[in-house]
Design a protein around this ligand. Structure first.
Ligand SMILES: Cc1cc2nc3c(=O)[nH]c(=O)nc-3n(C[C@H](O)[C@H](O)[C@H](O)COP(=O)(O)OP(=O)(O)OC[C@H]3O[C@@H](n4cnc5c(N)ncnc54)[C@H](O)[C@@H]3O)c2cc1C
Ligand code: SF4
Length: 386
C-alpha cells in the first residue's frame, strides 16, 4: 500500500495507544461525531467490519477526511497527548477504510419516499447532503458545473489527497439509492429547479476570490488557476505566494515540486497564526520554503515578464492586523505571484425550499465541517417537506 497510509505494523501501534477514555473526547471534537474510540476499539479486536461501519455510518467521506482532516478536531482532543503523542486518528481512519472497506459494508438501500431533491455542487457538502437524503428515501440529482466530483478537494495536490479516495467515497454514496450527477451543468437560478424538484440544496462553495485591493493585482495568479493547471507554470523559478493556510501551503509545495528554486510565502499574521498543522509546517520547512510572517503585499509591477513587488511589515493589536507605517520595502524580481487567500460566496436566494450548505453558508472551512453542514441542510429540508 502507498506510503500515504499506515503499514499494518504502524496501524497496530497507533491502535494500541488508545486509552479507551470513558468521555470519548475525540468523538465530541469531531464535527460529524464519528467515534474514533469506537472504531479503534473494534479494530483492536480485529472486528474490522464494525470499525468500518462506525466510520461510514457517521461520515460519508470517511476515506477523504482520514487523509486531510486537520489536527484541531479529534487529534487535539486525544488524551494520549498527555502521556506522549496523540493517536494519528485521521490516518488510522483512512488506513482502515483503505484496507478493510468492502462494498457489502455500505450498500444499504433505503426505501424511496417518492420525493426528489436537486443538489447544486458536488463538493463535500453536496455529497454529504446526498448521503443523508438517500437514507431518508429521496431521489437525488446533483448538478455540477465542472466535470469532476469533489469540489475544492480537486485542487489539493495528489500527494496529499489522491482523487481516487474521493471517487471511492462517492461510489459508496450513490449505491445507497437513486442518485445521479449531471456534470458540466451550471445552475444560474436555483428557483427554476423548484418546478421539477421538491427542494434544493445549494452547496456551491465560495466561488469569488477576495480582492487584495492593491496596485498591480491583475498580475497576480489566483490559486484556483495555479492548482488546477500547475503544468502551465513549469518554468517559474522564483515564486511568491500570498497566504498562510492550507491553500497557500499546497501552492508552495506544488511550486517546489515543479522545480522552482525559490518559493516564499508572505503571511500577514504571525507564524503561530498560520492555519496549517504542525506537520504541514515542518513539511514546508523541509522543502526549504521561506515563510515571511508579519508581511503584507502592497503593490506589484510587471516589466518584460518579470514581476517586482513591495511589502510592508504588520503587527497585531487587539486581534487586528495593522501595517507598520514607513515599513515599505521594494523586493527583487520574481517570476510568479500567487494569491492564495480566501474566497467569498454569492448572496443566497431566499426561499424556504432552498437550503444552503458547506463553505457558501459557513465560510471557508474544512472538509469535515462542510460535510456536517451538508448533513444538517439535508435534515432541515426533510423537516420542511414531511
Ligand atoms: C487547495 C485547498 C486545500 C485544502 N486543504 C484542506 C485540508 O487540508 N483539510 C480540510 O479539511 N480542508 C481543506 N480545504 C478546504 C475544503 O476543500 C473545503 O472546505 C470544502 O471543499 C468545502 O466544501 P463545499 O462542498 O462547501 O464546497 P466546494 O468544495 O467548493 O464545492 C462546491 C462545488 O459546487 C460547484 N458549483 C459552484 N457553483 C455552481 C453552480 N452555479 N452550478 C453548479 N455547480 C456549482 C463547484 O464547481 C464545486 O464543485 C482545502 C481547500 C483548498 C482549495
Ligand atoms: S472525520 Fe475527521 S475529525 Fe472526525 S474523527 Fe475522523 S479524522 Fe477525526
Amino acid at each position: 500500500m502507498s506510503t500515504r497510509y499506515l503499514s499494518k505494523l504502524q496501524l497496530d501501534a497507533e491502535l494500541n495507544k488508545c486509552l479507551n477514555c470513558k468521555a470519548s473526547p475525540c468523538m465530541h471534537a469531531c464535527p460529524v461525531k464519528c467515534s474514533p474510540k469506537e472504531f479503534i476499539e473494534a479494530a483492536k479486536a480485529k472486528d474490522y467490519a464494525s470499525a468500518i461501519q462506525t466510520i461510514v455510518h457517521n461520515n460519508p467521506l470517511g476515506h477523504t477526511c482520514g487523509l486531510i482532516c486537520p489536527e484541531h478536531f479529534c487529534v487535539k482532543a486525544c488524551m494520549r497527548a498527555k502521556i506522549d503523542n496523540p493517536i494519528n486518528i485521521p490516518l488510522v481512519q483512512a488506513t482502515l477504510v483503505k484496507m478493510f472497506r468492502e462494498k457489502n459494508h455500505l450498500s444499504d438501500i433505503f426505501e424511496a419516499n417518492g420525493k426528489k431533491i436537486a443538489i447544486v455542487g458536488a463538493g463535500p457538502a453536496g455529497l454529504a447532503a446526498a448521503w443523508q437524503l438517500l437514507q431518508l428515501g429521496y431521489e437525488i440529482k446533483i448538478f455540477e458545473q465542472s466535470s469532476a466530483v469533489g469540489g475544492a478537494l480537486n485542487l489539493i495536490p495528489d500527494e496529499r489527497l489522491p482523487h481516487a479516495a474521493i471517487e471511492d467515497d462517492w461510489d459508496d454514496i450513490r449505491q445507497m439509492g437513486q442518485a445521479d450527477i449531471v456534470y458540466d451543468c451550471k445552475i444560474d437560478n436555483p428557483l427554476e429547479l423548484l418546478d421539477e424538484y421538491d427542494g434544493v440544496i445549494m452547496a456551491v462553495g465560495e466561488q469569488n476570490m477576495i480582492q487584495l485591493g492593491i496596485k498591480g493585482e491583475e498580475y497576480i495568479t489566483p490559486y484556483t488557476e495555479y492548482l488546477r493547471y500547475p503544468h502551465r507554470f513549469m518554468n517559474k523559478q522564483k515564486v511568491v505566494i500570498v497566504g498562510g493556510g492550507n491553500v497557500a501551503a499546497d501552492c508552495a509545495t506544488t511550486a517546489h515540486n515543479l522545480g522552482a528554486k525559490e518559493v516564499t510565502m508572505l503571511v500577514r499574521r504571525q507564524l503561530n497564526h498560520l492555519r496549517i498543522d504542525k506537520k504541514e509546517l515542518l513539511n514546508l520547512l523541509d522543502k526549504g520554503i521561506n515563510i515571511m510572517p508579519n508581511t503584507r503585499l502592497t503593490a506589484v509591477k510587471k516589466a518584460d515578464d518579470v514581476l517586482r513587488f513591495k511589502t510592508c511589515s504588520t503587527y497585531i493589536e487587539e486581534g487586528q492586523c495593522l501595517d507598520i507605517k514607513g515599513s515599505d520595502v521594494e523586493r527583487g524580481e520574481v517570476d510568479l505571484i500567487i494569491k492564495a487567500i480566501g474566497s467569498v460566496a454569492d448572496k443566497p436566494v431566499q426561499n424556504e425550499k432552498i437550503i444552503y450548505a458547506g463553505d457558501c453558508k459557513i465560510g471557508g472551512s474544512t472538509v469535515v465541517e462542510a460535510i456536517a453542514s451538508g448533513i444538517d441542510a439535508a435534515k432541515i429540508i426533510h423537516s420542511r417537506l414531511i
